[in-house]
Design a protein around this ligand. Structure first.
Ligand SMILES: [Zn+2]
Length: 106
C-alpha cells in the first residue's frame, strides 16, 4: 500500500516553513526547526514506504558490532553481511587476515 500524500501532512507544513524561511535569507531557529521537521518527515515517509514494500524481507543490520546501519540485501545469495565494503567490510576482512596471520603454523 502506497502512503497517500496529504496536503496537510507534516512534510508539507515543514516544506512550507523552509520555503518561507529561505525567502527571508537569514538562518533562524525557526528555519532550522523547519528543516529538521522536513528531514524527519521525509525519513518517516521513506521508512513507511520501505516497510510496506517487498524490500522489507531483505532488510538487514550490518554485522559490524559498532555499526548502526541497516541495508537492503539485494545480493544474489542474500548472504551480504556488511552495510558496505568501504568501512565495515574492509575492517572485518582485515581483522580476519590479522587473526589468520597470528595463528601458529602447523
Ligand atoms: Zn556497517
Amino acid at each position: 500500500m502506497k502512503i497517500p500524500e496529504s496536503p496537510n501532512s507534516t512534510a508539507m507544513a515543514a516544506s512550507d516553513g523552509v520555503k518561507a524561511a529561505m525567502t527571508i535569507g537569514i538562518p533562524t531557529p525557526i528555519m532550522e526547526m523547519a528543516v529538521t521537521r522536513a528531514v524527519f518527515a521525509f525519513l518517516a515517509r521513506d521508512c513507511l514506504d520501505l516497510f510496506d514494500s517487498p524490500d522489507r524481507a531483505a532488510l538487514r543490520w550490518c554485522a559490524d558490532a559498532k555499526c548502526t546501519r541497516v541495508f537492503i540485501d539485494r545480493s544474489r545469495g542474500q548472504r551480504r553481511r556488511w552495510c558496505g565494503m568501504k568501512g565495515c567490510g574492509d575492517r572485518a576482512k582485515a581483522a580476519a587476515y590479522r587473526r589468520r596471520q597470528a595463528l601458529p603454523l602447523g
